[in-house]
Design a protein around this ligand. Structure first.
Ligand code: SF4
Ligand code: SF4
Length: 342
């Protein structure tokens, strides 16, 4: 079955898919052409951008058309209109950079896969302090082959079985992380006694919570899962475009473009497990005392464009404004950059 999805311009399948953790469920076949290899419709779905506002989805399985369209719209990021439309409304301290970066990298959206939450959790967990292109994609593909993304099988696995994926600590810790996530429903009353949450039967019911509630529960309930990874997991599986994973590229680009005051702290697990950045977002949880000195809280001035702006910084930081050696001579926004080296 083939469906054509109309996407409002500007839209780029490559620029939306590549920086997203959803790309770990795909292989890139060519320019603007991706095949899904794991998760829902894995092995059966191909996506191809066939025009500035058209994406063709071809599915080898006989699934209801509505289901196919629903999955594809989410994974393309087409569930949200172009973030470029929000730029004129951004605070002036961010607006010029959002304009410059989105002109350099047009059509970026935020793919999400709530239906593949386990896979996204695995990919995000493996990405802690690891290069996504070099390591995480390779580990994920091996895990899809060996465990098919089955968290229970991973939680039951032996160290020897996981060692077939890789010898890094990120892979070794995946067993405990999977086991922690799966056991959250049984531990909810102890880890979230101060939150007024409904009972959840499965960890997948976390998707029914407010994203800020899910963030608190994930950080409290999963060893090794820090704020950056929790934010990335939520950004890639909830409709929460205001979530901002504070990765190294956001820190670097924000500093070089002078988008934030010098010396802001990065989110830390201890505070993020206890507070919300803004008081009142989650009933019964206090606002963070560090909110006026934290990069995430500062960047939340971007509101609904926060996750998109972070993605632009990821694309720019990983390709051009690299932390160790920025490529100013080939930078598309050099003429506006206060840190450009000539
Ligand atoms: S303001 Fe506090 S709760 Fe919010 S990200 Fe920063 S450290 Fe975490
Ligand atoms: S000019 Fe250099 S420092 Fe400025 S954004 Fe471009 S690569 Fe980064």
């Amino acid at each position: 079955m083939k469906v054509v999805i109309e996407v409002e311009e500007p839209y780029s399948l490559d620029l939306s898919m590549s920086p997203s953790f959803i790309s770990s469920l795909y292989v890139k076949l060519g320019p603007n052409e991706w095949a899904k290899i794991a998760g829902t419709l894995g092995g059966s779905l191909k996506l191809r951008q066939v025009g500035p506002s058209r994406v063709e989805a071809e599915c080898a399985l006989d699934v209801p058309r509505r289901l196919l369209e629903e999955v594809v719209v989410l994974e393309l990021g087409a569930w949200h209109p172009p973030f470029e439309d929000l730029v004129p409304k951004l605070p002036s301290r961010f607006r010029w950079a959002a304009e410059a970066l989105s002109t350099a990298y047009p059509g970026v959206r935020l793919p999400i896969a709530p239906h593949d939450f386990n896979h996204v959790f695995i990919s995000v967990s493996l990405s802690r302090r690891a290069n996504y292109e070099r390591f995480v994609l390779r580990w994920c593909r091996r895990i899809w082959e060996l465990f098919n993304g089955d968290l229970e099988a991973i939680a039951r696995s032996s160290p020897e079985e996981l060692a077939k994926v890789g010898s890094s600590y990120q892979v070794a810790q995946l067993r405990e992380m999977a086991s922690d996530l799966l056991s959250i429903p049984h531990r909810l009353s102890s880890i979230a006694s101060d939150l007024r949450l409904p009972r959840i039967r499965s960890h997948l019911d976390l998707l029914k919570l407010k994203p800020e509630e899910a963030r608190l529960v994930l950080l409290r309930g999963c060893r090794y899962l820090g704020p950056k990874a929790a934010d990335a997991l939520i950004l890639d599986s909830f409709k929460a475009p205001h979530f901002i994973p504070c990765d190294v590229h956001l820190r670097t680009v924000a500093r070089r473009l002078q988008l934030a005051p010098e010396g802001l702290a990065v989110p830390d697990k201890q505070r993020c497990s206890r507070y919300t950045c803004i008081e009142g977002v989650v009933e019964g949880v206090k606002g963070c005392p560090r909110a006026n000195n934290c990069l995430r809280a500062w960047m939340m001035g971007l509101s609904e464009a926060g996750g998109w702006f972070q993605t632009l910084c990821y694309i720019h930081g990983s390709s051009t404004c690299r932390t160790a050696s920025p490529r100013c001579s080939s930078c598309l926004i050099a003429s506006q950059c206060p840190s450009a080296s000539t």
